[in-house]
Design a protein around this ligand. Sequence first.
Ligand code: BEZ
Ligand code: FE
Length: 295
Amino acid sequence: MRQFDEHTITEAVIERLAKTQNARLRTVMSALVGHLHDFVREVQLTEAEWRTAIDFLTRVGQKSDDKRQEFILLSDTLGVSILVDAINHRQPKGVTETTVLGPFYVENPPEQPLGADISGGLQGEKLFIEGKVHSPSGKPVAGAAVDVWHSDNEGYYDVQRNDLSGPALRARFRTDQNGRFWFWTIMPRSYPVPHDGPVGEMLRVTERHPFRPAHVHFRIEAPEFETLVTHVFVAGDPYLESDAVFAVKESLIAEFPQMPPGVAPDGTEMKQPWRCLNYRFGLKPIVEAAEHVSC
Ligand code: BEZ
Ligand code: FE
């Protein structure tokens, strides 16, 4: 009878995975078991700690449903989401850096004409956003679908409020022949990630705050290019250095300067000061796998 001790158990479990047909699954599962066992040995996990971990993960699952994904939030706050993003999007020169999608994206947002105001009547500092979508060499990408969404001036997304009759601070625009898009909205504000569940508890006991710096989300899709998922962060935000989900990148921080009353770039006459963002988005072309030619 073969029996296992703290030194031989890891190899035994990995051996048991050897018949897994799917080679990638075998690699991933074997590495997972190896790292998990090493972790348990390294910290000399106690039985009480093991029970706490099981209870925590159970509650993460119980908190998740079709509206709330506590496991993704756990992945975000442990830096796993941004690590997976970094490994999968090593961007070449001329291509915009990516960052996490977050839980507040709604597929197929309402399409709006260029220049529309998407604030839905919500109060805040008026913000004019103009952007250009281009290839790595700077060629405009016409007809790209640009989905935008962001928080209001109290730090809430429309889907978190029940006093709104429809979508606000979110829309889809199509770039024009020059790859340009523009619209009006209000300034976003920094906000806490949902912290009324087990992930919030984890943040509290590790003395971490739940805040994300103010940002506008962009998801840009165009034929023959990889879909770009990113944010543009407001320069000067106090949480840029300590984003709860580690998603800030230097190249994604932009000035949103205050402009004096006058005529905005789209011809709108502004009686009050307004803010403005101008940002260029580089897309990465999809490289087709070379065709196999049989002889
Ligand atoms: C967001 O930016 O919307 C977000 C990202 C990760 C976790 C929570 C919120
Ligand atoms: Fe966000």
